[in-house]
Design a protein around this ligand. Structure first.
Ligand SMILES: *Cc1c(COP(=O)(O)O)cnc(C)c1O
Length: 578
């Protein structure tokens, strides 16, 4: 029988939200992170850690790696930064509406906190790769009508006030995260803890791998620890002590109050430290694969945690996200396929000098325009822009460049340059806030000689402009505290070379005079600027091979390697497929 031809059905073109069901088939790696930078409009991140987490999941989407991200919804964000004229930082809540960007999920799980059942709900945000892949992210939310008002706020403020609040957040993330993945029907092959904040997920897995009480002989473990370890991976991110959460056992006992508490408390003491619950130690003891985020950082971490094998998987950044439009177009033309296979950028040598120059002029123009709009500072496109923007905190030494103001003025008199700064300080980091004010003071002192702009509210979108529009990227941390650093890698994707201290990734990425330059201290910084970097910049018309050659080196030798696709292929083969 012949079928009657039917009139074509015309569907509305509105994008259908992608449902959770599309992600529930094959097993996935669950990637837990207290912060994930999904997009500028979603302020659920504080800095490099969150941006790395976002780049990780964006890459999973590009490469179609089966992953699912788990984080807190942080409805009030980290904070919105206002700066007054003297550079005093004023923090405002950065409220956002998860319904605008995510899909509410109907699963709910309870976590016992301080003797109360705190209900945890979830939102689905889907990362869509420009290459067609998808990666789901689960945003945990306790702001539900069934919770008491204090408990509703556990997922409001990223890195909010007080140990009680922080531990409650980490219970929601670790315990609530594992439970909601199960409630939603996810099958999980590996649990990856991005930093120790989520280490309580291991406790939840232990609970799920408890031996039957009648099978446990006195003195023997009640849980199948090797099995849990076999499924957990841990990436540590900082050699700064304050970066490792510690909670007193009084607090732990209070928040874990309940029938099972005594057994679990002794287990936590065994795995997380006898005196205080150290989340890094807990994560180390619960994972069979531990890594640092650069070779040097893995060595430092091995020294900090004797007895544990700490491997190195050096960080990378997401190619498409961190490449300016003008460079995307350039690479599409000369290095097709670069965004899914950034190793191909080794071939960027073939890009003509004029084309590279033109792409940079375009990115620089966009930055100059934005700087004027945001700060009123006018920058000159013919003069080099030095960029320094990141979390403002003491070990990053944002003031190192301003150590000797006279010397800086003398250098500028010979070879003029301009400076663009930006970054937030944690609300309780008094030293970080003092540094922001100090930078403003230096900017005033240099007025008329060196234009200095400090951009407020540094976020993903501003970072994209600054790393691409600067001519030179500065990083001057106090070694060995920069575990990796990633902003210099972002700059490299835009042909912007670094002038940096040999710490973190730069110890691997720097080839002197080829990809950029290294410095040890303020004196070396001035010497290199004065004798090598600025002269090379100003000679670029007469000697295009010089400056353009270093721009090419940044692309072919740094961007081709320090990208998140290489990083994720390594996590896949070394950490996940074990
Ligand atoms: C990349 C990035 C950072 C990290 O910068 P580092 O120099 O690696 O510390 C911080 N904040 C934002 C918004 C970023 O995009």
């Amino acid at each position: 029988m012949r079928r009657r031809a039917r009139a074509p059905i015309i569907r509305p073109m509105a994008a259908q939200p992608i449902g959770i069901d599309s992600f529930l088939g094959d097993p996935r790696v669950a990637y837990f992170s207290m912060e994930i930078a999904l997009r500028s409009e979603i302020p659920t991140y504080a800095g490099g850690l969150g941006v790395l987490a976002g780049d990780t999941l964006r890459t999973a989407a590009d490469l179609r790696l089966p992953m699912v991200g788990v984080t807190l919804v942080s409805r009030a964000g980290y904070f919105r930064q206002e700066l007054d004229a003297s550079g005093r930082q004023i923090e405002h809540p950065a409220h956002w509406d998860p319904a605008r960007w995510g899909v509410p999920l109907d699963a709910k799980v309870a976590v016992r906190i301080a003797g109360r059942s705190v209900w945890v709900g979830a939102w689905l945000y889907v990362i869509e790769s420009p290459l067609g892949g998808l990666a789901p992210v689960i945003l945990l939310d306790t702001d539900l009508p069934e919770n008491a008002s204090g408990d509703r706020e556990f997922t409001h403020q990223l890195y909010g006030d007080g140990d009680d609040y922080r531990l409650a957040q980490e219970m929601v993330l670790g315990l609530g995260g594992v439970r909601i993945l199960h409630a939603l029907g996810f099958r999980i092959s590996d649990y990856h803890m991005n930093e120790g904040h989520s280490a309580l997920l291991g406790l939840e897995l232990l609970r799920r791998n408890a031996y039957r009480p009648e099978d446990v002989r006195p003195g023997e473990p009640a849980y199948d620890l090797p099995r849990v370890r076999g499924r957990c991976r841990f990436t540590t991110h900082t050699p700064v002590e304050a970066g490792h959460d510690r909670f007193s056992y009084d607090l732990v006992a209070r928040l874990f109050a309940g029938k099972t508490a005594p057994v679990e408390l002794s287990l936590l003491r065994e795995l997380g430290g006898a005196d205080v619950l150290n989340m890094t130690r807990l994560a180390l003891n619960l994972s069979d694969f531990v890594n640092g985020v650069a070779k040097r950082h893995a060595e430092i971490s091995s020294g900090m945690f004797p007895g544990y094998k700490v491997r190195a998987i050096t960080n990378g950044v997401h190619p498409y996200t961190w490449t300016a439009q003008s460079f995307r177009a350039l690479y599409d033309r000369y290095v097709p396929g670069w965004s899914v296979e950034p190793e191909l950028l080794v071939r960027a040598d073939a890009i003509p000098a004029e084309a590279l120059s033109a792409a940079h002029v375009s990115a620089k123009g966009e930055l100059i325009e934005r700087v004027r709009a945001l700060t009123g500072v006018g920058l000159d496109a013919a003069r080099p822009i030095l960029g320094f923007a990141r979390r403002m905190t003491a070990y990053k030494r944002p003031d190192l460049l301003f150590t000797d103001m006279e010397r800086l003025r003398r250098i500028a008199a010979q070879a003029p340059f301009q400076i663009v700064l930006g970054g937030k300080a944690h609300p309780h980091d008094e030293e970080g806030k003092r540094l922001i004010a100090l930078l403003h003071e230096h900017a005033r002192a240099l007025a008329g000689i060196v234009p200095v702009a400090y951009l407020p509210e540094y976020d993903l979108a501003l970072a994209q402009l600054v790393v691409a529009g600067a001519d030179l990227w500065l990083n001057t941390p106090l070694p060995p505290f920069e575990a990796s650093g990633t902003s210099g890698m972002k700059a490299a994707f835009n042909g912007v070379p670094s002038l940096s201290v040999l710490d973190g990734w730069w110890a691997e990425g720097c080839i002197e005079g080829v990809t950029g330059w290294s410095v040890e201290d303020a004196a070396a910084l001035y010497d290199k600027l004065e004798r090598i970097v600025l002269p090379l910049f100003y000679a670029r018309a007469a000697d295009p091979g010089g400056w353009i050659g270093v721009m090419r080196g940044a692309i072919t030798k740094n961007a081709a390697y320090f990208n998140s696709h290489r990083m994720m292929r390594r996590y896949a083969t070394e950490a996940y497929l074990r």
